[in-house]
Design a protein around this ligand. Structure first.
Ligand SMILES: Nc1ncnc2c1ncn2[C@@H]1O[C@H](COP(=O)(O)OP(=O)(O)OP(=O)(O)O)[C@@H](O)[C@H]1O
Length: 307
């Protein structure tokens, strides 16, 4: 049996609308399924964890955005149950990263038709301030990008621009707002057996695929692969240069700047005496230390076009 988990709030109601369309289709009548709507933040994680006990469960189909798939994959712990995703959020970076194409019904058809050929996808793990280990599905970032994500999440313009289909523009507005007030971080990074102290650090970000902020190619060389995490570090840069650097992010050309480093590692730690702003799959907070690694066991994803 297929079990749908739908976030009715994702994409300002888009996910709910998509599921309603699906239930009216002939395709929906062709397989056994049931569904759950999430009722509050964190609920998708609880649902995913509970339905694992269901002996009839064949596959979980998530309809929502990046926050919803983040919760579901955290709720599944290390289970090998196949997961499929129908994008219904605002940013949908996960769908972009996994090359999920077509209308919701086309994606559903792919999921149903290809259920024997799921593709592996390697998520990342993070552990902040001695708290339990958690998973990131897209990316985790510290510093400037985290403050931009936080400003976007709290803004009034996010929903308006998303409705107009130009959601990425909210990141441009937030970038300028954050640029004016941002103070570079003082952080210690332990990476590839080297301890580095960065006194003028703008951001440290890693991801399981290139996309962030509704389609920006923040880590252009990130690949869906086991073990390796590309880590992008921006430091010792002036505010004006950051502005020109972020314009080039849209074309993936920001790696040309000498202040941008990309290292490859199996894991790293970051810490500071001060609270560091972080974003994980678009949700934000602060911490003083974090250990980041890549999960070795893959998630089985259905209905993607991962190459
Ligand atoms: N019933 C609900 N009421 C309020 N919030 C909810 C509910 N169900 C889930 N949520 C929360 O909604 C948040 C946003 O969901 P999600 O990220 O999937 O959509 P989005 O923000 O529109 O898309 P994207 O992250 O791709 O831009 C999640 O953090 C989730 O915890």
């Amino acid at each position: 049996m297929y079990i749908f988990i739908i976030n009715p709030r994702a994409g300002n109601g888009r996910a709910k609308h998509i599921f309603s369309q699906i239930t009216k289709s002939n395709l929906y009548q062709k397989f056994e399924s049931t569904y759950y709507f999430t009722k509050y933040p964190g609920h998708a994680e609880e649902i995913a964890n509970q339905i694992l006990e269901d002996p009839k469960l064949e596959s979980i189909i998530v309809i929502g955005g990046d926050g919803t798939i983040h919760e579901v994959l955290n709720g599944l712990a290390n289970s090998s149950v196949p997961v499929a995703f129908i994008p219904g959020g605002s940013g949908n970076d996960f769908a972009r990263g996994c090359n999920i194409k077509g209308s919701p019904l086309e994606v559903l058809r792919d999921i149903i038709n290809r259920d024997s050929s799921s593709k592996p996808y390697w998520i990342g793990n993070y552990r902040q301030d001695q708290q339990p280990n958690r998973n990131f599905v897209n990316s985790i970032g510290f510093g400037f990008d985290a403050q931009i994500a936080d400003t976007v999440n709290k803004s009034v313009y996010k929903n308006i621009l998303n409705r107009l289909g130009i959601g990425t523009f909210s990141y441009v507005i937030a970038l300028i707002q954050v640029l004016i007030r941002f103070k570079p971080m003082m952080v210690n990074i332990n990476i590839n057996q080297k301890q580095r102290k960065l006194t003028n650090c703008w951001m440290v970000t890693t991801g399981n695929h290139p996309y962030y902020g509704g389609g920006m190619k923040i880590i252009p060389n990130a690949k869906i692969q086991p073990n390796i995490l590309p880590v992008l570090i921006i430091h010792d840069i002036s505010k004006w240069k950051v502005l020109s650097l972020f314009i080039t992010v849209f074309f993936g050309k920001h790696l040309m700047f000498k202040e941008v480093e990309v290292l490859e590692t199996t894991g790293f730690t970051i810490d500071s005496d001060q609270e560091i702003f972080f974003q994980v799959d678009g949700q934000t907070g602060t911490c003083k230390s974090c250990i980041i690694t890549k999960q070795t066991e893959p998630v089985n994803l259905q209905g993607t076009n991962i190459r």
